[in-house]
Structures are given as C-alpha cells and as structure tokens.
Design a protein. Structure first.
Length: 301
C-alpha cells in the first residue's frame, strides 16, 4: 500500500481514537452500537486500540431484528470474544410481543424501521447517555448532516437544524436529564477508506462480504437473499448467483451485488471501480426521498 494512503489512514485512525476517548471522558454509560457490519467492526477495532491494554470501557449493543444473516450473528459472538468485549443484545421481536412495535405486512415488509423502538427502549433501560455508531458522512445525504457528537432530545429525536458547532476538535457533550448523544467516530471516512484500513490492519470480516453462492431473487433491480420470511411476488424467481454484500443489515432490505471478489484486495479494486454507493443496495433507503432523514429524526442510528 502506498505511503500517502497509509498516512491518510493513520490520520483518520488518530481522529477516530481521539473521539472515542472523548466519549469515554465525557459520558458515564456509553455503548457501542454493533451490527456485525464492517463499519461497526472498524469502530470496535479502533476502540480496542484506543484503550489498549485495558478492556474496551463500554459494551457492544446489538439490536437484533430477528432477520439478520446467520453469518452475521456467528461473527458477532466470535468477534466479541476475540476483542474481549461485553455484548448486550436487544430483540425487535420482544418489542413486537410487548406491543411496542407493529410488524409490517406485505411484499415490502421489513423490521428495519422497528429497530428504532427497540433501540430507544434499550437506551432508556440501560441509562445510556451516549450511543457510538459507525455511520459515515459519505453514505447518504442525511448522514452528511451529522456532527461527531449528535445531540438527541428526551424522546431520542434528532434535529438536523439545531446542532452544536464543533470547532478545533472541541465537543460539547452537555445534556439535560433524559437526553443523550450519538457519537460517530468514523464520520470522515469513506467506503474506500474503510476497505483500505481493513486491508492494512488485516481485520477479519463476516464471510458474506466476499464472493459466494447464494439463492437470491431480483426486486426493483436489486438481488435480495431468499429466506422463509421473505414474501415474494409470483414473478420473482429464485436463482442461485455468485454474489457478495457491500453493506449488511436486515435481510429484508439488504441487497447483494454480483461479484467474484473473494479477497480484500479484490474488494478494494471493485469498490474503486464502482459508480454506485453502498447505500444504493439498501431497499429501505428507497421508500422515499427523505427516508433516512425521517428515520433519524425519529431516533434511528
């Protein structure tokens, strides 16, 4: 890897570690939101570096929709053991059973939006004052509006027009009772930065990020994985394709791309040549023009 690339990654790493240490210094009960996706893996890897040789001083919090890829759940448990981190899992199904969330029905039904209810309930239950996330500003236009420290009111809501200035790396974590923050240490990273850092650090990932055979069907130009809970139209035919995933989330809204990239080097080359964003494979972002911003205002990641 070229020297200027390594220097760029080292600068990003230093910035992210600084923010993680600021979170630990300013908040009493932070958690690290962990999905088993590459961005949350990066953040947990950075947290291990930030506080080494001590243990990561906050738990990983996973909001399990019940419709996660089995490979992701397997990796989550393995990785937590690998980095000696505590994992707290909260289930969307419990929110549904308690009447806190209503299961969507129909062809486009997804539990992705329902995660917000489970997350906000978990934040209240755990008395969390800061939830660390792996969102990046290059992902989507609503993400681009975020600060490193993102204030949320007592209802967990985000107001993009009322954010605090962040000048000279000074972060204001002051809050009132019942309010909390979201912190985004890799805000300034791009998808390419993430993959190059994973390559440079040789960080293991869930195998579904690499080329493999899977039964899929096409919907609205996207390949979706076939599972028992996926409701299909009569015209949607299941095929076996060689694919991989650029981003990982709820199965119902996570699209795959046809790819033969089976190594980190090949993935980096593929990302460099791609002309679509990774969020372009997420069906939940296509529900409306402002789908992500609407979900974030309600308390989403």
């Amino acid at each position: 890897m070229k020297n200027y690339t390594l220097k760029h990654l080292q600068e990003l790493e230093s910035e992210s570690i600084f923010i993680l240490r600021e979170v630990a210094a300013q908040f009493e009960k932070p958690v690290l939101l962990f999905s088993g996706g590459k961005d949350s893996i990066i953040v947990s890897h950075l947290a291990r570096k930030a506080f080494w040789p001590a243990k990561i001083p906050f738990p990983l919090l996973h909001i399990d929709t019940g419709h996660n890829f089995p490979e992701t759940i397997e990796y989550r448990d393995w990785w937590a053991n690998e980095i000696n981190a505590t994992v707290i899992v909260k289930y969307v199904q419990d929110s549904i059973d308690k009447g806190r969330a209503v299961e969507e029905k129909g062809i486009h039904a997804s539990r992705n939006v329902l995660q917000t209810v489970t997350l906000l309930d978990a934040i209240e239950e755990l008395k969390t004052d800061c939830a660390i996330g792996g969102a990046r500003r290059d992902e989507e236009k609503a993400r681009a509006k975020e600060r490193f420290f993102s204030h949320r009111d007592e209802f967990g809501q985000w107001d993009p027009k009322n954010q605090r200035p962040e000048l000279w790396n000074l972060f204001n974590g002051k809050k009132n009772m019942g309010e909390h923050f979201r912190a985004f240490p890799i805000s300034n990273w791009t998808e390419m930065d993430v993959w190059q850092y994973i390559l440079a650090e040789n960080i293991p990932l869930p195998k579904i990020y690499f080329s493999h055979k899977r039964k899929v069907f096409q919907r609205d130009g996207q390949w979706l994985a076939d599972f028992d809970f996926m409701v299909k139209k009569p015209t949607e035919i299941v095929e076996e394709k060689i694919i991989r995933f650029r981003t990982i989330g709820d199965i119902t809204c996570t699209g795959a791309v046809e790819s033969t990239a089976s190594t980190l080097e090949e993935v980096v080359q593929e990302v460099a040549a791609s002309r679509t964003t990774e969020r372009g494979t997420r069906a939940d972002d296509k529900r409306s023009e402002a789908a992500m911003e609407d979900r974030k205002k309600a308390g989403y990641f």
